[in-house]
Ligand binder design. Structure first.
Ligand code: SF4
Length: 318
């Protein structure tokens, strides 16, 4: 592991201080999960909110809210709804309720099939966390293998290649080369525990009691969720030179960030993505915006056209 240049690490830490804050949660789909105190409800809502997190923020929020509202018409809690998805009679009622629901490439039928898979993981292993961590040894460097195996199980349970395109869009795996942004984000929520991330699958968590002995998800095993904002800003910071936003790039960016924090490389994710989500960073050099950006001294877009030329990381003193 190559240590990240000290000045870059320092600027990233400042960014975390500025943006990794609970009051900014309402700009993120994770906020839906925090509305529910029960960890089983959180596992369901987290999965829905993460896997629908594509498209614009307004659209995502509308679709997740609408899904949760429809679920609430048939069950008191999201976990009660998901837990009944293996019952044909309940499924029929759910299909009627979700007939008109749609989120871009996904229909209500896709979402219900996804909840059916979650329900089967629950009835087979106790929780989704138990299903995932049975394939994640403490010595595993990252989540690649466990995520591949979970997606392989769910793909087999849903009929393999005969699964609908909408369902397959939920079932992305590192083995396909995809950056698996939505799964990496879901796993960040499960594998980190602080004022932002709930850490449902971390050591000592409430759901951890359902996992195989000695199994849990550790922050150092997480991979950066490469959304469009994180991808381009990672390039500005030269955390990667790769143009494609794929699994290799996600590994490369995570590896670079391990150089700043080997135990918790994705702790920078929420702050970095806020730069794009909150329109702090437009992707262009705009003096009035860039001058207030914490990472400007190490961003080649933010400093490149400035009279004060971009310094090399090693020349920066603060
Ligand atoms: S310095 Fe400017 S271009 Fe660079 S990340 Fe900040 S806002 Fe974006």
């Amino acid at each position: 592991m190559t240590p990240l240049a000290k000045p870059l690490a320092t600027f990233l830490d400042r960014l975390v201080l500025q943006y990794h804050r609970r009051e900014l949660l309402n700009s993120d789909p994770l906020e839906f999960m925090t509305r529910y105190p029960d960890p089983y409800d959180q596992e369901v809502v987290g999965l829905i909110a993460a896997l629908l997190a594509y498209g614009n923020v307004v659209q995502i929020r509308r679709s997740v809210s609408s899904a949760l509202e429809r679920m609430a018409l048939l069950a008191e809690r999201p976990a009660d709804f998901a837990g009944q998805m293996e019952s044909p009679a309940f499924r029929k009622k759910a299909e009627r309720e979700f007939q008109s629901w749609v989120h871009r490439f996904n229909t209500g039928a896709d979402l219900l099939k996804l909840l059916g898979l979650l329900s089967r993981s629950w009835s087979t292993y106790g929780t989704l966390g138990a299903h995932f961590t049975k394939n994640l040894a403490p010595a595993d460097k990252d989540i690649s293998g466990a995520l591949n195996l979970l997606i392989a199980d769910w793909s087999a349970w849903s009929g393999g290649a005969s699964a609908t395109p909408g369902l397959r869009f939920f079932l992305t795996a590192p083995a396909s080369g995809s950056c698996c942004k939505r799964w990496c984000m879901f796993l960040r929520w499960m594998g980190r525990s602080d004022s932002i991330d709930p850490g449902l699958w971390t050591q000592g968590s409430a759901l951890c009691t359902t996992f195989p002995a000695g199994r849990f998800l550790a922050p150092h095993q997480l991979i950066m969720p490469m959304d469009t904002h994180v991808s381009r800003i990672s390039r500005y910071l030269r955390l990667t030179e790769r143009k494609a936003t794929d699994w290799k790039t996600a590994l490369e960016v995570t590896s670079a960030l391990r150089g700043a924090d080997p135990q918790d490389p994705v702790r920078y994710d929420f702050a970095l993505s806020r730069l794009g989500i909150l329109d702090v960073c437009t992707g262009k050099y705009l003096a009035e915006i860039c001058k207030n950006c914490q990472i400007r001294p190490v961003c080649h877009v933010g400093s490149g056209k400035n009279p004060v030329k971009r310094k090399k990381f090693g020349e920066l003193t603060s």
